[in-house]
Design a protein around this ligand. Sequence first.
Ligand code: SF4
Length: 385
Amino acid sequence: MEIREISIFKEFRCQGENCPDTCCKGWIIPLTREDRKRFLSAGGFFRFRFAAAMVGRRFGDFNSSCKYCPFLNIRGLCSIQLKYGHGFIPETCRSYPRSYRNYGVFEERYVDLSCICVAGLFIKNYRDLKLISYESTAEGDLYSTNDDTGYLKDLTDTRSLFIKALYESEPQGYGCLAYVLKAIDDYASEAQDAFIHGHEDHLRTSPFVLSPYSETAFPGCPAKPDLTGSKTGAVFPLPASAVNFLMNTALVSEYLKYGSPYIYGIFRIYTDYPSHRISAARLNKIYEEYTKKYPDYAGYYAAYYVYYLYKFFLNCYEDYSFTKNIRMGLIHLGMVFFLHSIYFDKNGELPLSEFTHIMSAYNRRAYFNYKNLDRMYEVFVADFF
Ligand code: SF4
């Protein structure tokens, strides 16, 4: 089968005991039926430890307290792996941060930005994130129930057009990025409408182009992002109203101080504001100062959305939800930008190491809480559209 692998996939190396933010904490570790069978068939004291680790708020998984995995030893290594080898650890831990999406005719392979090491690779290679194609055996189970391969090709072509536009916006800065994102969002709405009315060839017959925003290289792009955030305005960055709603979902929790102290510390910058809110005037000022100080960071945000599209836009193959899949990425991009901005406001700078860490820690916190993702989408749409 054709494999399409993100260009940083093979560069990933787990940093193990040297990892500055190990993935062995802050998460419930789901166990498969095979994992449970394997663990309960182990002998001696480990069998007892396995059984005890599966008991908790969520029976049958490891680390239901969401703090440190009980098998992480004092050197920061996995004691199951040390005793039984890599093949014995839970399936989730074995593959993390890799993911395999087998669409029947090709398989896409990614590494996840929630791993701090992957986030570092992303920053190093942000200008040239692409899929590398080769033939091999698929690793993943079939990811979709759809078998309309013509539609799948339309989706991958559309994704390529979005990505090309995002990369072309990068040298022009935040203003152009905001324009391109708005154009992508508008196109998603248009495609959604077309599909609802039965025009299932829309992506092919009316492909994404940047007009009416630009004929060539974005003439007239503003040097600064549009900060109005009005219901008809820019979709990036997020206005204060959207941020205040999103930060009041289950994304932010006091429990994080035990399992994910780093992101907890970042969220605290926000929760320390009077009444746990930020005003539009204050946030716009922060955005303005942050973008002025770091104009080159616009390229990282363009690449962040590129990476999101690579990983998630093909969800449309299953659910046909163009607007939802595009907007979930806008939420994540806007939230990462917001957290960077408030960190900068508090500390007067945002070194690239903190930029990377915040992005990775946010991804770890936000992307895997499926119930809250729905809630975030609801509040975002209610505020914006
Ligand atoms: S976060 Fe990444 S580098 Fe760190 S322990 Fe986990 S897989 Fe390894």
